[in-house]
Write a protein that binds this ligand. Structure first.
Ligand code: TTP
Ligand code: MG
Length: 358
């Protein structure tokens, strides 16, 4: 049974630009690194890929291959916003979602009709964001990702167990995860170019050249992959902290730092729709003694000014007046609210997000 769904947006950053600026549709759009700069390409629209432009290529090289390309800067926060919208659709359709990157996730409709779920997800993404996703449905993660790749762009590919050999055997080995140009070269030197050739290769020879990876590779060559989805638990707390380059004792400086953490955490809570009941200030002195003071509020708070006020109070409850090497602010005790792995896609994200254990 095909039961895992893989979703991957097509030319994601470039597609968002073409969506937001319709005059760019149908044009070769290259995001990242102006042609004049030494930057690298983040991604290119499929129109630009026809000229050979690829992710991670030097912008100068892209300019040479595609002089008529429209070069655009990366607008991270806009892509993060669209990413959150997409992940919200996925979570609305299935309980088990494993986000892999800003534009990619695995879904496990556990028991539900995976193909029907996949079709619904694809059309909702199209309707609600105006963008195209490529979707793969297959018995496991490896094959589902392969299926979405094979259909790109705007693809919808289902690999059923009886299709696995037909799909896999003719593929070049470099389409297997973990086979980079170097391993592909090593295998080519052994006369192994396709998955079929890999399967029938001499085991001893493979072991000699690939070491412990040989077994894993052979399992993939047979379409076997038993990795479960890694589902994150709800966020239990969020924190921001800093280690000073020069130890600090001045309480005004420490308060100022806590106020900026309060603003940062308020922003992150707003993005995730969270309110906190408990606020904690942590301090580490130069001799590494670490102390914390907590306050649990009668009602949940989310505003920066409220957090800052409580943080001031907590700081004043730390009696030891020596120089500190670290100060931090943490919020916890969240009620019901959207799961905050969304925050992972906030490109401007600060530090110190503390997640519940896996
Ligand atoms: P990908 O999903 O790898 O690429 P893509 O969505 O642009 O194109 P497609 O999936 O249709 O092949 O990456 C998602 C985004 O991540 C991409 O739009 C830009 C960013 N990215 C980089 O910034 N640098 C990179 O090297 C890669 C691979 C991606
Ligand atoms: Mg993509």
């Amino acid at each position: 049974m095909a039961r895992i769904v893989h979703v991957d947006m097509d030319a994601f950053f470039a597609a968002v630009e073409q969506h937001d600026r319709p005059e760019l549709r149908g044009k070769p759009v290259i995001v990242g690194g102006s042609a004049a700069s030494r930057g690298v390409v983040s991604t290119a629209s499929y129109e630009a890929r026809r000229f050979g432009v690829r992710s991670a290529m030097a912008a100068r090289e892209a300019q040479r291959l595609c002089p008529q390309g429209v070069f655009l800067p990366v607008r991270g926060s806009r892509y993060a916003e669209v990413s959150r919208q997409i992940m919200a659709i996925l979570r609305d359709e299935v309980a088990s979602v494993e986000p892999i990157s800003v534009d990619e996730a695995y879904l496990d409709p556990s028991g539900g009709d995976a193909v029907a779920v996949a079709a619904r997800v694809k059309s909702r993404i199209r309707e609600e964001t105006g963008l195209t996703a490529s979707i793969g449905v297959a018995p496991n993660k490896f094959l589902a990702k392969l299926a979405s790749d094979l259909g790109k762009p705007d693809g919808f590919v289902v690999i059923n167990p009886e299709d696995v050999d037909r799909v896999l055997l003719p593929l070049p080995v470099r389409m297997l995860p973990g086979i980079g140009p170097k391993s592909a070269g090593d295998l080519a030197a052994l006369g192994i170019h396709t998955v079929a050739e890999l399967r029938s290769a001499d085991r001893g020879l493979l072991g000699l050249h690939l070491g412990r990876r040989a077994g894993e590779l052979l399992r993939l060559a047979h379409g076997e992959d038993d990795r479960p989805l890694e589902i994150e638990h709800e966020t239990k707390s969020l924190a921001a902290e800093t280690t000073f380059s020069v130890d600090v004792g001045d309480r005004d400086v420490l308060r100022g730092q806590l106020h900026s953490f309060a603003a940062e955490l308020a922003g992150r809570m707003a993005a995730a729709g969270l309110k906190a009941r408990t606020i904690t200030v942590k301090a580490r002195f130069r001799d590494f003694q670490t102390v914390s003071r907590s306050q649990t509020m009668p009602r949940p708070v989310s505003e920066a000014v409220e957090l800052a006020e409580v943080a001031d109070d907590l700081l004043s409850r730390i009696e030891r007046r020596d120089l500190m090497r670290l100060i931090g602010l943490q919020v916890s005790g969240f009620g019901e609210g959207p799961r905050a792995e969304q925050l992972r896609f906030d490109f401007a994200q600060g530090m110190g997000e503390v997640q519940g254990g896996r």
